[in-house]
Every structure is written in C-alpha cells, then in structure tokens.
Design a protein around this ligand. Structure first.
Ligand SMILES: [Zn+2]
Length: 197
C-alpha cells in the first residue's frame, strides 16, 4: 500500500500540534535515500488526538552518541520508543492509536529483527497479541534498502506492522516501486492507506 506524505501531515499535523516547519524539515530528509538513515516516529495517544508525539532521528545525529547506529535503531533503543509507544497503547481503550514509523529506506536485517522484538516487547507489557486490532502499527518506507529481503518484510508484517511505501508529492522512487510490489505480495493489499478522518 502507498501512504502519502500529505496524509501523514493531515493526520498527525492538523489534529495535533506539529508545526508545518517541522514537517518541512522532516520531509526534506525523508524524501531521499543517501548514506544517512532518517527516521520519524509519530504516535497518537490522547483521546482527543490533540497530542501527538514526534521523534526525529538520523544516524548522522545518532553517530555522535553511538557509532554507526541506524536511525530506526536509535529510535527503538532510546526511551522515546518506550514512552511514546507505551503511551499510545495505554490509551487504546479510549481511542484507536496509530503508531507510524517513517524511514527513508527499509530497515536492514539487524534493525528489522530489533524492531520486531521491540514491538513484541511493548505489546507484551499490555498483554496484547500480535493481531490485536485495538492499535495500528504503520511502517512507511521511501524504498527498499538493498539488504532488506522478503524475510525481513514478512517478519515485520507478522509482527503487526502494516507495510506501506512513502509517496512524496505524487512521486514514488524506483526502490519504492520495488518495495510496493513486495508489500503487495506479502500483504495482498493495494491502493492507499488512510487514517480516519
Ligand atoms: Zn539497520
């Protein structure tokens, strides 16, 4: 499935307090896959959806702290993951939370494994099964990283992540198209992913 940047901005921006300047900056980083990895974690967790948590990480920034770490690894390893995702899950009985992780490329095999483990761990805290329908985890990637195989994508899908491809300004990258074909074969879903209005 495709997920447009505009849809992400609409859901997390309009109903929350993320400044358009922040989105502009994130968008400029996430719309290309160079040597740096970038990741944005967005979670909704208030009953009015007026509070949205945002975390932006790049491996360039993370490298200053820990060597060679990828953006998604940084997001998962920091306390932010625990507080934001757990915070969202805590509110699932009041309103359906959407946890969205946007990356400028798919996770490498090592990060994919870590992300699966981290998702299982946070769900276990609330005694939730992988297929629990009270929360939606969305993984949105610009394109497929060359080292990401179907194994990683299948494992992420099994761990409850809805796999989507980022569409920026009506444009999908070549690696995004490649990822889209794989996502389609794994999830058997086409078209656009949308959040509630
Ligand atoms: Zn990685």
């Amino acid at each position: 499935m495709l997920l447009t940047w505009n849809e992400i901005k609409r859901f997390y921006g309009e109903y929350a307090n993320i400044a358009s300047n922040d989105f502009l900056e994130y968008g400029e980083r996430l719309d290309r896959a160079g040597k740096h990895t970038y990741g944005l974690l967005l979670t909704s967790f208030s009953k009015t959806r007026f509070t949205t948590s945002q975390t932006f990480a790049s491996n360039y920034e993370a490298r200053k702290k820990e060597d060679g770490i990828h953006a998604e690894e940084y997001i998962v390893k920091t306390l932010v993951w625990e507080t934001d995702v757990a915070g969202a899950l805590e509110h699932r009985k009041v309103e359906h939370p959407y946890i969205t992780l946007i990356l400028n490329r798919t996770p490498c095999p090592s990060c994919a494994k870590m992300l699966v483990a981290a998702t299982d761990k946070v769900r276990a805290k609330f005694q939730m099964e992988r297929n629990d329908g009270s929360v939606t985890f969305v993984l949105c990637c610009l394109g497929r990283y060359i080292h990401t195989t179907n194994t990683e994508l299948i494992n992420l899908s099994k761990a409850g992540w809805k796999l989507t491809v980022l569409e920026m300004d009506n444009w999908v990258t070549t690696r995004g198209k490649n990822l889209l074909t794989r996502c389609h074969s794994i999830q058997n879903k086409t078209g656009y992913f949308t959040y509630p209005k």
